[in-house]
Design a protein around this ligand. Structure first.
Ligand SMILES: [Zn+2]
Length: 141
């Protein structure tokens, strides 16, 4: 745990969970808009995107939807602070590929594990340039 904290509305969590369950058996993905104030990152909006890979082991976000999300976030005065994807059959931790693709150490990488469908696990990760992984706390409001 580091001292960075992410604040997310319960409603946004439910939307992420619904989106990821609907995406099964494949991975689902999306983007998070928000604000950063010191060590506190607040999610202001969640964008549910299409996984164009249609795979249960990896994902690619639809580029048009990504662009639309970025445009929408900016027009509301927010930046993109992170993304999320699901792990249908594995725990909530970055895979080697997830680490390889994590190019921004300031970005929050959220992974929702649906390995136990009755007990979904959402965790947020920072991946630094050396590919070290740190877990960030998520507080639900
Ligand atoms: Zn992954």
């Amino acid at each position: 745990m580091s001292d960075i904290k992410i604040i997310m509305k319960k409603e946004d969590y439910r939307n992420i969970l619904d989106h990821c369950k609907k995406g099964l058996p494949n991975e689902a993905c999306g983007l998070l808009a928000g604000t950063v104030d010191g060590n506190v990152k607040t999610v202001t909006k969640v964008y549910l995107l299409t996984n164009t890979d249609n795979s249960n082991e990896h994902f690619s976000m639809d580029p048009k939807e990504q662009f639309a999300a970025l445009k929408d976030a900016r027009s509301n005065g927010y930046g993109l602070i992170g993304n999320f994807h699901s792990h249908p059959e594995s725990p909530s931790r970055p895979s080697e590929e997830d680490k390889r693709l994590a190019f921004d150490p300031t970005f929050e990488y959220l992974i929702l594990s649906l390995q136990d469908i009755d007990n979904p696990v959402l965790k947020a990760f920072k991946v630094d340039k050396e590919k070290n992984v740190t877990i960030h706390e998520i507080e639900y409001i």
